[in-house]
Design a protein around this ligand. Structure first.
Ligand SMILES: C[S@@+](CC[C@H](N)C(=O)[O-])C[C@H]1O[C@@H](n2cnc3c(N)ncnc32)[C@H](O)[C@@H]1O
Length: 259
């Protein structure tokens, strides 16, 4: 049956209209729940030394889960995402709460801000495909930050990730949508290769997607951050103030200071 269906290849996941449509229905678990977000605000406040004068860019804000929480807590914030589908949900939710937040459609790899933000914040949205791409992204972030600016992102720990690969997840989920996901750690390219298949039995639409995400080690990341100009870098346990343990933790929260 699979062979007879029309196949559409989608080269990337986020930002593709069809994928985002699917994501909003079935992949919603990738956006953080309000309770989870709220719980980690004290960590961001301390690790980033947030003040109410700070201007935050929530990069890859998705449906605005973190953007809205920052606004609720009184921090000036703006959301950016490359998906117009996600941003329209973010705008609706923001309106329902009577909050005022600007959302901009854009690719954070292409941003050309200068001395604009106090904090550039990525939660589950910091992706790069090559070392060069990463250094270029970090240089853009460095430029976009004010002189006391801070960069924040969450990143998987390559050492632990390597141990759990390859994995295959095969599910049959609601609304007649069959999903097959497979991921492998690609030793040569130091990253994750994902393949993903969706068959919608209602419409007979069949989509296939494959994408690669590079995952540098903390040491390699430090070198790239240094190349982009960042000098002071701190690795925390994910969303916690304790120090990151490279041999135990599956990921870390990183804060880098412009000065
Ligand atoms: C797993 S979601 C996390 C969203 C949000 N930070 C949260 O935790 O609820 C990743 C988000 O990053 C966005 N994204 C991925 N690459 C991006 C890019 N190059 N520029 C802007 N947004 C991007 C995706 O569209 C998606 O909304």
């Amino acid at each position: 049956m699979i062979e007879n269906l029309p196949t559409e290849y989608i080269r990337t996941d986020f930002g593709h209209e069809v994928y985002d449509e699917w994501y909003l229905q079935h992949g919603n678990y990738n956006f953080e729940a309000p309770d989870f977000v709220k719980r980690h605000i004290p960590f961001y406040q301390q690790a980033l030394g947030l003040s109410h004068k700070d201007y935050i860019l929530d990069a890859g804000c998705g449906i605005g889960s973190y953007t809205r929480e920052f606004a609720r807590c009184g921090f000036p914030v703006i959301g950016m995402d490359l998906s117009s589908n996600f941003l329209s949900v973010a705008r609706q939710n923001t309106l329902h709460e009577n909050l005022e937040i600007e959302y901009i459609l854009g690719d954070y790899n292409e941003m050309s801000f200068q001395d604009e933000f106090s904090v550039i914040f990525f939660e589950g949205s910091f992706f790069y495909k090559s070392r060069e791409g990463l250094v270029s992204l970090l240089s853009g972030i460095y430029k976009a930050l004010k002189s006391d600016g801070r960069l924040y992102f969450v990143h998987p720990n390559q050492t632990i990730i390597k141990k759990k690969y390859p994995w295959t997840k095969q599910t049959e989920i609601q609304k007649n949508v069959f999903i097959h996901q497979n991921a492998e750690y690609d030793e040569e390219n130091e990253g994750e290769t994902h393949t993903w298949l969706k068959i919608d039995y209602n419409t007979n639409r069949h989509f296939k997607c494959d994408f690669f995400v590079k995952l540098l080690s903390p040491k390699q990341l430090k070198v790239c951050l240094d190349e982009a100009g960042f000098r002071v870098i701190h690795f925390y346990k994910k969303r916690r103030l304790e120090d990151f343990q490279p041999n135990y933790d599956n990921g870390f929260s990183l804060v880098a200071f412009k000065n």
